[in-house]
Design a protein around this ligand. Sequence first.
Ligand SMILES: *Cc1c(COP(=O)(O)O)cnc(C)c1O
Length: 246
Amino acid sequence: MEPLPSLLKSSNGDFVMMEQLKENLAGIHARIAQAAIRSGRRPDDVMLIGVTKYVDAETTLALVDAGCCELGESRPQMLWEKSKTLSSNPIHWHMIGHVQRNKVKRTIECCDLIHSVDSHRLIRAIDDASRQLGTVTRILLEVNVSGESSKQGLTPTEMPQTIELASELDHIAVCGLMAMAGLKGDLNQARREFASLRDLRSELATDCPRDVCLKELSMGMSRDFEVAIEEGATMVRVGSLLFEGV
Ligand SMILES: *Cc1c(COP(=O)(O)O)cnc(C)c1O
């Protein structure tokens, strides 16, 4: 039997999409590698997180098939839905957007790392829910380095206290810091903001409790990931660039 024209078209479309995704992914990996080498690090030291908030489950799956299995979503509900739909795939999910406290429990059940922990209340809520679930949740602390009031995040001056709080709680594991560059600035401004996150990490690390680790720096998106890597990013969160032309 001849395939229906619509099926033919769709499978051909899938093929084209897949080729485009592979090409985009290869291009981004190459740029990550070059930026890592420029900053005296190994390409493997930087993790690419594919941000899938713009696309449906089907396109998300195509990205996984193209070889990107670290995925980020910025809305809890989307993360829950996609992680369920795609549960048979070897995906590590990253929560990168604001998490309301009533969404904590379901979110920690389906993600590997929460990048966007932006208040003491949220830290306590994650610890509580993790205790109930008998688990330890890995988190990053989001810092507002741009000073823009529209940005989520803890202020740099709150950080010593935040680290102290985190070290008292048994069901969270702080793995590092996260930031977004301000919307208003150019790349030089983004560079200064990323450098300030790295410097803050060094400052905090000098008298950090032994059970708190600040290894990871999650910073950099489509427009500024190379600059972020040059300033020390260990994780970059790239969305729109991945799906260009798809
Ligand atoms: C959307 C989003 C990204 C990806 O942004 P692009 O510019 O599309 O690469 C990264 N981080 C966070 C927190 C986001 O919300």
